[in-house]
Design a protein around this ligand. Structure first.
Ligand SMILES: Nc1ncnc2c1ncn2[C@@H]1O[C@H](COP(=O)(O)OP(=O)(O)OP(=O)(O)O)[C@@H](O)[C@H]1O
Ligand SMILES: [Mg+2]
Length: 395
């Protein structure tokens, strides 16, 4: 158990002699948007957060945004270029990884192939001169928590991916660490197993008293596991909040597009103001801004003009009225409970999610490709963003 506090953490990877070329070559790849300084590429900057004792914090963001770098700095595997890291109030920037009382679980669980499951888990404890009885007790307790008691005598190669991942987690929890760091621990598992392990992590978390910092690029994992989520992009924190906060009140267009599936739809629209009341004009279809957002936008001194309108796919609905925006049906995806309609609207792709069955439990599948439909949405489902900065105008 521990609180973990990051204050203005920054990581600059200096250019490595001989590797310069490689980095330049990759600069048009996924780190193209990272800031580059004379000292090197800035992988993480301005990262500040106070993580409470026993809190479960998830770092999420696209590939290359600096998640693993941040985690590795907390673990002590990567030097912190600037800023301070405190564990339980103690500055630990210079502390050796082994003295930080932190355990880390990686994506490629890296078990020792020649050792049994039992020995893999006991190994970390043996190095710490625990007594044989104590080691035995801790390994068996962890095995019960993770449901791997039956495999203790097996070698990793005779285990499934999910079982191996459980052993890797077991190896971390026997040490009873103050803080558990996990870097995409489920990404090697197939979708079904990943769902199952996700639920197990939620249970595990209730059984062991520790602080979790968890890295993933999967927004569903972030939403379901995290007490709080840190959304990152290009080395910068975009937003820190509860799953509900980042979903309901995304700080900007990036967060809005990243959190939620299918992705939020974005439209170019016009913001208008009359007698202190804002409204949004989407190609001649006018929708008033709800009172709460209207007040905040006035307080933020928002000016009328072009904006980005965001609408989640399940907040669009089909209507008969010919006065509403019109779109063409493209692909129709039957997902079970829902149907995803891929629409073309003014040359842009849109997704509309609708229930597969009507209120009488009859399948509504009369969506023909190329047919025209009209759609609408409620004022309270609108998200409004600055057209240049992407900032949410109503927070
Ligand atoms: N040792 C290193 N030297 C130089 N640059 C590095 C090094 N390690 C990582 N980087 C760069 O720092 C940036 C952040 O990398 P990081 O591994 O933290 O990303 P990530 O968010 O974990 O991505 P992914 O989801 O792909 O694992 C990337 O652009 C990466 O290329
Ligand atoms: Mg990573």
């Amino acid at each position: 158990m521990a609180s973990v506090s990051l204050k203005n953490i920054k990581k600059i990877y200096p250019p490595v002699a001989g590797e310069r070329k490689k980095h330049q070559a990759s600069s048009d790849g996924h780190n193209a948007n990272l800031e580059k300084t004379e000292r090197g590429v800035v992988a993480v900057q301005d990262f500040s957060i106070e993580i409470r004792d026993k809190e479960f914090v998830v770092l999420v963001g696209p590939s290359g945004c600096g998640k693993s770098t941040t985690l590795r700095m907390i673990a002590g595997l990567e030097e912190i270029t600037e800023g301070q890291l405190y564990i339980d109030g103690k500055l630990v920037n210079e502390l050796d990884p082994k003295d930080r009382d932190i355990a880390m679980v990686f994506q490629n669980y890296a078990l020792y192939p020649h050792m049994t499951v039992y020995d893999n888990m006991a190994f970390a404890l043996k190095k710490r001169t625990s007594s044989k009885e104590e080691i035995d007790k801790k390994v068996k307790e962890a095995a019960v928590i993770l449901g791997i008691t039956d495999y203790l005598d097996r070698k990793p190669k005779s285990l499934s991916g999910g079982q191996r991942q459980r052993v890797a987690i077991g190896r971390a929890i026997v040490r009873n660490p103050k803080c558990m760091l996990m870097d995409e621990p489920l990404s090697n598992l197939d979708a079904k197993l990943r769902n199952q392990m996700r639920a197990e992590l939620i249970r595990l978390r209730k059984k062991i008293d520790t602080t979790f910092i968890y890295v993933t690029h999967d927004q569903t994992e972030a939403m379901t596991l995290g007490d709080r989520i840190v959304v990152m992009k290009d080395g910068f924190v975009q937003q820190i909040g509860t799953p509900k906060e980042v979903f309901d009140k995304p700080s900007n267009q990036f967060v809005a597009g990243f959190i939620g599936t299918p992705q939020m739809n974005f439209f170019q629209a016009d913001l208008k103001e009359e007698h202190g009341q804002f409204s949004v004009d989407l190609d001649g279809f006018t929708i008033p801004v709800v009172h709460e957002d209207n007040s905040r936008m006035k307080a933020n001194n928002i000016a009328s003009g072009p904006i980005i309108l965001g609408l989640r796919p399940d907040s669009l609905f089909l209507v008969e009225s010919k006065d509403c925006p019109v779109a063409n049906v493209g692909v129709v995806e039957m997902m079970g409970t829902n149907v995803h309609l891929h629409l073309e609207y003014n040359g842009k792709d849109l997704i509309l999610v609708t229930q597969a069955k009507d209120e009488h439990q009859h399948l509504k599948m009369d969506y023909e490709s190329d047919s025209e439909i009209h759609f609408s949405f409620l004022p309270q489902s609108m998200y409004l963003f600055d057209i240049e900065t992407g900032k949410n105008l109503a927070i």
